[in-house]
Write a protein that binds this ligand. Structure first.
Ligand SMILES: NC(=O)c1ccc[n+]([C@@H]2O[C@H](COP(=O)([O-])OP(=O)(O)OC[C@H]3O[C@@H](n4cnc5c(N)ncnc54)[C@H](OP(=O)(O)O)[C@@H]3O)[C@@H](O)[C@H]2O)c1
Length: 231
């Protein structure tokens, strides 16, 4: 019998990350799902408790730089088929860049662009040579697509994420497949209640997209229907 594949999902306390943990659990994967220690997620604990050991919860704060080597060491010996960096934050979408406080700019950029790459650098050695490394991006991070009038700083942080992901892919991914993912506009705390997509539809599409791209190598920016997005 072939062992179940393993996914590590960073930022799985709620929203799309929790949805991905549920989706991969339903697909028979072993799931390592993270939450911030200071904000334990009851929904994630319930999923783990009902999983018969196939879902494990770990503490991880994406911007706690000092804790990252220890986190990577705790997972030593784990062979990942898939690493998904999902954790992300948004600022006030109506604020143009000139109005944003420098500290807020720094918070969004650091969480959405620097932290994912720090995590990928530290954790990629656990990903199998032909495995997949994915980061949750956004179409708002596309430099080619026209701006939508909102989310200037958030969009810039996802553009920075995409650029850094491409740089890492070229430098260090080897045969691994690297994906910048666009989940669609989804009803979560970040996406808001007006969003057209529910979490279940988005994560099903994301998991299908990741499966379709697995083993192909290279780097791609794609949405939850596996449609390419211009960088
Ligand atoms: N929803 C959409 O329409 C949409 C569209 C495009 C892209 N995205 C992207 O998809 C990802 C998930 O979004 P979502 O809609 O599910 O957002 P959400 O409901 O606001 O959830 C955000 C998740 O990120 C975690 N997180 C934030 N900062 C963290 C940190 N420093 N360390 C560890 N975890 C951290 C949160 O954990 P806590 O519970 O501890 O805060 C939570 O689990 C984000 O990267 C977002 O930019 C979303």
């Amino acid at each position: 019998m072939t062992p179940s594949p393993t996914v590590l999902i960073l930022g799985a306390s709620r929203g799309l990350g929790l949805g991905l943990a549920r989706e991969y659990r339903a697909r028979g994967w072993r799931v390592i799902a993270t939450e911030r220690a200071a904000r334990p997620s009851l929904a994630l604990r319930d999923l783990a408790d009902a999983s018969g050991g196939s879902v494990r919860v770990e503490a991880f704060d994406a911007t706690d730089w000092a804790a990252l080597p220890g986190f990577a060491r705790r997972l030593e010996g784990t062979e990942l088929d898939l690493l998904i960096v999902n954790a992300g934050v948004a600022d006030d979408p109506t604020q143009a860049v000139g109005a944003v406080a420098p500290e807020e700019f720094q918070r969004v950029m650091t969480t959405n662009a620097l932290a994912p790459l720090k995590a990928i650098e530290a954790l990629a050695p656990l990903v199998k040579p032909e495995g997949t490394v994915a980061a949750m991006s956004s179409a708002l991070g596309s430099v080619e697509l026209p701006p939508n009038g909102n989310f200037e700083v958030y969009g810039a942080s996802k553009a920075a994420l995409n650029k850094l992901l491409k740089a890492w892919a070229a430098r260090a991914a080897g045969r691994r497949t690297v994906l910048a993912l666009m989940p669609g506009w989804v009803r979560t705390e970040m996406g808001g209640s007006q969003a057209p997509l529910d979490v279940e539809t988005s994560v099903r599409g994301l998991a299908d997209t990741i499966a379709a791209r697995a083993g192909s190598g290279g780097v791609a920016f794609v949405d939850y229907r596996n449609a390419p997005i211009p960088w």
